[in-house]
Design a protein around this ligand. Structure first.
Ligand code: UD1
Ligand code: MG
Length: 485
């Protein structure tokens, strides 16, 4: 908490968001890995406010439950009927015990692009100019739907905010709009809210009227104009949701590139606000990085890769892969076409190759699972090679069981490891084996039927067939086993 921290932040999130046409309340829709309100809270917390209250109303249970997961200590106030933004702030202040000494910042829960830096500038302008209220404004290309900032013709001072629905034709031509973000003197705000009326086109208590009320009472009213109008965009429908996602994604990728990450195709790369990276990471087209994903130095991911909560070690290579809650060791190699499910941990220089699925498994240093395999609930030691097309048979229809394979093992292709089972260090298994019993260290396990050749069978049983002719013609040719007729 710094000397400039506001006394309180009030987040307005009681509205339904009808235009989203959704069973999910508007502020819970997500962009770049966070809910809309999650982004707003992130910006608000950057101010280190002494207190923060979120006003909830529509689908209150869902919103409160969500807030409990992202900001457990946040206070909520319940606005049972949405009687306007002024009414909502009143409810919020009541939760804080009434009028507040110091600066109160009001933000809406549906402006996810707002940054802490812009809020800080607003707060600075507000205290610096000694205002009773300071509104954050911007010039926008299309002001439809927004409250217009009315300024005095001579002094240029802000005189009022007029809602779109209540505006005259001349006022509708104004392109400077109310962002819905304000800094108030807490005591004056509480007094003015008591005077807000409902004689407008929507029959609501408009927070915006506080500005005119304070001005008329002789207080200083100001505006902080932001140059970036995209930052204050309020989301009302899913078109705006997609636009905001694109804008935020661009902002996040720009941050990554300036920090030394190569992004081959920003247009097809999607990154959450929570993703972290080190320099010289390289991201190929068609890649989506979600949650707590981390790219180590020089790691190379993509193309066409989706990583969620996955740590990719320095110098690792992840190609055409889907991974959740996994760890890829330094210089390890994953894919192309791998699926790592929760709890997969690949050690240094380990490999999960092509058409390989893994879950809840520890793969040791230098160990390779190169082709067409499923590894579930397993621990594999170091420098072991698992043959192509192997399955760790972990499920007996009722419970999952664990398989342990030691270090420096060579297991044959097309093996089934029927868990629970253990293969000792340095052991080999024969191709096509179904391993149901523990294999002692250093031994070879063979668990398959013996091969039996029935000579002349084709000539006897399929006389005159192409196979019989081929066999006949081959007899005696070099490189062909004897037999045939
Ligand atoms: C509001 C402003 C408008 C501004 C625009 C910016 C008013 C009267 N108008 O209009 O000047 O240009 O935002 O996006 O303030 N809310 C509640 N309780 C209520 C009503 C609203 O919590 O009773 C919340 C909503 O959930 C939303 C925010 O307040 O987060 C703004 O409400 P909304 O209905 O979107 O207002 P706008 O018509 O967009
Ligand atoms: Mg709105």
């Amino acid at each position: 908490m710094s000397a400039n921290s506001p006394a309180a932040v009030v987040v307005l999130a009681a509205g339904e968001g009808t235009r989203m046409k959704s069973a999910t309340p508007k502020v819970l829709h997500e962009i770049c890995g966070r809910s809309l309100i999650g982004h707003v809270l992130e910006a608000a917390y950057a101010l280190s406010p002494e207190r923060l209250v979120t006003v909830v109303g529509f689908a209150r249970e869902k919103v409160v439950a969500h807030l409990g997961t992202i900001a457990p200590d946040v206070r909520t106030a319940y606005q049972s009927e949405q009687k306007g933004t002024g009414h909502a702030v009143r409810i919020g202040l009541e939760e804080l015990g009434g009028a507040v000494d110091g600066t109160v910042i009001v933000v809406c829960g549906d402006t996810p692009l707002l940054t802490g830096a812009t809020l800080r500038k607003l707060a600075e302008t507000h205290t610096g100019d000694g205002n009773a209220v300071t509104v954050l404004t911007a010039e926008v290309p299309d002001a439809t739907g927004y409250g217009r900032i009315v300024r005095d013709g001579e002094s240029g001072a802000v005189t009022a905010i007029v809602e779109h629905k209540d505006a005259t034709e001349a006022q509708r031509a104004i392109r400077e709009i109310n962002s819905g973000v304000f800094a108030f003197d807490g005591q004056l705000l509480a007094k003015a809210l008591g005077k807000v009326r409902t004689d407008n086109s929507q029959g609501e208590e408009y927070l915006t009227d506080v500005l005119g009320i304070l001005r008329e009472a002789g207080h200083r009213v100001g505006a902080a104009v932001t140059g970036d109008h995209e930052e204050i965009a309020g989301i009302n429908n899913r078109v705006q949701l997609a636009e905001a996602r694109r804008t935020l994604n661009d902002r996040l990728l720009t941050g990554a590139m300036l920090a030394g990450v190569t992004v081959v195709d920003p247009a097809s790369t999607w990154i959450d606000a929570t993703v972290t990276y080190e320099q010289d990471a390289l991201v190929h087209p068609g890649t989506q990085l979600h949650g707590a994903t981390h790219l180590g130095e020089g790691a190379e991911v993509g193309p066409n890769t989706r990583l969620t909560n996955t740590r990719v070690g320095a110098g690792a290579r992840v190609d055409n892969t889907v991974a959740y809650d996994s760890e890829v060791g330094e210089q390890a190699s994953v894919g192309p076409f791998a699926y790592l499910r929760p709890g997969t941990r690949l050690g240094l220089k380990a490999k999960a190759g092509t058409f390989v699925e893994m879950k809840n498994s520890n793969i040791g240093e230098g160990t390779k699972v190169p082709h067409l395999s499923y590894v579930g609930d397993a621990t594999i030691g170091d420098f072991t090679n698992i043959g192509a097309a192997s399955v760790f048979v972990n499920y007996d229809g009722e419970a999952k069981h664990h398989t342990t394979v030691g270090s420096h093992c060579k297991t044959g292709s097309d093996n089934m490891f029927v868990a629970p089972v253990t293969v000792g260090d340095g052991a080999y298994t024969a191709a096509g084996s179904v391993i149901t019993k523990d294999v002692p260290a250093g031994s070879l396990a063979v668990a398959r039927g013996q091969q039996r050749n029935i000579e002349g069978w084709v000539a006897r049983k399929r006389p005159g067939s192409a196979a019989a002719r081929a066999a006949e013609a081959s007899s005696g040719k070099p490189g062909n086993p004897a037999g045939g007729s």
